[in-house]
Write a protein that binds this ligand. Structure first.
Ligand code: PEP
Length: 254
């Protein structure tokens, strides 16, 4: 972590939760965290629970996020949820391009870039998820893949759009597998992304938070967060248990 960038840690609950379970989880997180946070902690809840979690978060500095957003502003898009609706419910962040959306729902770079723009239009901060598959890594294509994914957004929105965004490097082979990237491996990818952006704008690149996701747990979090270009984490499985998520937040200095 670099002292010049505020730490950012988010929990991605995926399609998990219940009214009772969410209440217990958020209550335990509020009790276990200091009132004044040094950076940002975001809870990305499933759509139906956004209102509940927003209510539960009152009196806390943790903020609300969503896991996906429509690329469209409004209209005949059955089942989709617009960025304005998410903002209405108090969301500050939204994930775009999570690997599960890319792989299971066929979201390609151009659509992810549109979603990124839709989020910004409604005042949400997009969390752009990037990452290579195992076969891409084995073929030595990691950097090429993540740069391509980032450049799709750069081409559509320009570098200024990254002022209000987060990048989440999540190697697909590490998500939910228990197989975490080595800190130096992740750091190298983060540095590559920052350098690519610095070629467009040094100040924006220096201020951008690039977080790591993929099987982050309390025991591996400290060595990941110690890397100079890793500014926090996007946490899936370990964000569902208060004790695990709190331990990760502590490793991130909250
Ligand atoms: C994720 O869902 O983005 C994620 C990183 O999951 P996990 O921490 O379970 O690997």
């Amino acid at each position: 972590m670099s002292p010049s960038r505020p730490t950012w840690v988010a929990g991605n609950w995926k399609m998990q939760g219940s009214l009772a379970g969410n209440a217990a989880l958020v209550t335990a997180l509020k009790a276990g965290l200091p009132k004044a946070l040094k950076g940002e902690i975001v809870l990305c809840a499933p759509y139906p629970y956004l209102e509940q979690v927003a209510r539960l978060l009152s009196g806390s500095e943790m903020t609300l996020g969503a896991q996906d957003v429509s690329a469209h502003a409004a209209g005949a898009f059955t089942g989709e949820v617009s960025a304005a609706m998410l903002a209405d419910f108090g969301c500050r962040y939204v994930l775009v391009g999570h690997s599960e959306r890319r792989q299971l729902h066929g979201e390609a770079d151009p659509m992810v870039a549109e979603k990124f723009g839709a989020a910004l239009q409604s005042g949400l901060r997009p969390v752009l998820c990037l990452g290579e598959t195992l076969s891409e890594r084995e073929a030595g294509q990691t950097e090429k893949v993540v740069i391509r994914q980032m450049e799709a957004v750069l081409a559509l929105h320009g570098v200024a759009a990254f002022q209000n965004a987060i990048l989440a490097y999540e190697p697909v082979w590490a998500i939910g597998t228990g197989r975490v990237a080595a800190p130096e491996e992740a750091e190298a990818v983060h540095r590559t992304l920052r350098e690519r952006l610095a070629a467009e704008d040094n100040a924006i690149a220096a201020g951008l938070r690039i977080v790591y996701g993929g099987s982050v747990k309390a025991d591996n979090a400290p060595s990941l967060f110690n890397q100079p270009n890793i500014d926090g984490g996007l946490i899936g499985g370990a964000s569902l248990k208060a004790e695990d998520f709190l331990a990760i937040c502590r490793a991130a200095n909250f």
